[in-house]
Design a protein around this ligand. Structure first.
Ligand code: ZN
Length: 248
């Protein structure tokens, strides 16, 4: 398929014009026009790009791309090396941040909810990207932790009473610890996100709502993967997902 055909399709599917984001969403670096193989991953790091080159990627698709607000705007050192590698191999870089968190089926939050068997009831947080709902059957906080460990292949950090029964839950992938207080207003038993701050611990203890830090990378692996698979099926192109471990 053609690069602009893929760009138009993804931009519409993810409804990018609806979001105010900290980075440009869509085609960030232009590569060759014909796309046969797409490689997806969470972050467009150097390791990821090198693996994509080995896999003969025509385009890469990531959740964390480049050109973040507040970042140095020069192409030097790390930024230069990454973009030079993409340009040398004529690989296009497609990046989708908040629109990929929020998509109702392929998004990070929808996918995480599915993996953990949560029923989504509604949305909250900045531009309504976070989700809340119910666990399918009542489980203890400890059991929920086990379930997350299995689903994400990573042990979460949990602040709360292990025997506490969990019924209502809110979640947002990535670094959404600042949504915790808003989540508490939804009368939930636990909140899951990727990262934790020092004050999250006190808020959890004083509100009685459990806080689960399940990993920024670990919680954001599913959206980009689902999106890559969707494109492969839709257009008959090849798709590979590369998961490079990140302990955060
Ligand atoms: Zn993220």
């Amino acid at each position: 398929m053609q690069q602009d055909e893929l760009e138009n399709y993804l931009n519409q599917l993810l409804d990018i014009s609806r979001f105010q984001d900290y980075c440009p969403n869509g085609l960030q670096v232009e590569g060759r026009n014909q796309i046969h193989t797409i490689v997806s991953g969470v972050t467009a790091s150097m390791d990821f790009l090198q693996a994509a080159v080995v896999m003969h990627a025509d385009a890469v698709l990531v959740h964390h791309g480049y050109f973040w607000r507040g970042e140095d705007r020069t192409l030097r050192s790390i930024r230069h090396r990454r973009i030079a590698l993409l340009m040398k191999h004529e690989i296009s870089l497609f990046a989708y941040h908040l629109p990929l968190d929020a998509h109702p089926e392929l998004g990070n939050n929808a996918q995480l909810g599915q993996k953990l068997h949560f029923a989504t009831v509604g949305h909250f947080g900045q531009q309504n990207i976070a989700s809340y709902g119910q666990v399918m059957c009542n489980i203890s906080l400890n059991e929920l932790g086990e379930k997350i460990s299995l689903a994400l292949a990573r042990k979460p950090l949990i602040i709360g009473e292990p025997t506490k029964q969990i019924r209502r839950i809110a979640w947002c992938t990535g670094a959404a610890q600042s949504y915790f207080e808003e989540a508490i207003q939804l009368d939930i038993d636990a909140f899951i996100t990727g990262e934790i701050s020092e004050q999250s611990v006190h808020t959890a203890r004083e509100s009685g709502v459990a806080f689960i830090s399940a990993g920024h990378h670990a919680t954001e692996r599913f959206g980009v993967q689902a999106l890559g698979e969707h494109i492969a099926q839709q257009f008959g192109i090849k798709h590979h997902f590369i998961d490079l471990d990140n302990p955060v």
